[in-house]
Design a protein around this ligand. Sequence first.
Ligand code: HEM
Length: 159
Amino acid sequence: MEKLTEKDKELIRGSWESLGKNKVPHGVVMFSRLFELEPALLNLFHYNTNCSPTQDCLSSPEFLDHVTKVMLVIDAAVSHLDDLHTLEDFLLNLGKKHQAVGVNTQSFTVVGESLLYMLQCSLGHGYTGPLRQAWLNMYTIVVAAMSRGWAKNGEHKTD
Ligand code: HEM
């Protein structure tokens, strides 16, 4: 697993301090962006209500539940910047689950772009080049572990 620099950690912790207090609204901005970039992903959620247009899906309990889960994973990563490897098994398993529900690893990259978009919207002038890179470095580590789990599950299925 790659390591983050002390500067990366400082930038991530500093910016998450305020964002982390309001996880769901920030997660909604992030996932609204994701579905703009890749609308087909909306179909992977099983809505109890027949929601359409997209805006209705974005306020449905199923969707908000997932947004909360994603933000809690990010929160866990930020809390474990010094020992991200302790999340490895959890992230492998999470990758496997996403393979099983039909999410592609390429879509994880689009989530990364959406995360950066949300940071830019929320932080304004605080969204600097080094801050962007620090978050990208952390997200890359998280997604690399998820993708390893995804690939393991994929192999298992085609055996
Ligand atoms: C690429 C876009 C993604 C899509 C379309 C997607 C979709 C899903 C779906 C359909 C489920 C199962 C239903 C549910 O629990 O809500 C799920 C579960 C979950 N997702 Fe995602 N997901 C995506 C990305 C992510 C990312 C990037 C993270 C975290 C960094 C994440 C975290 C979770 C968690 C924690 C669960 C619950 C797993 C469990 O039941 O143990 N998802 N996701």
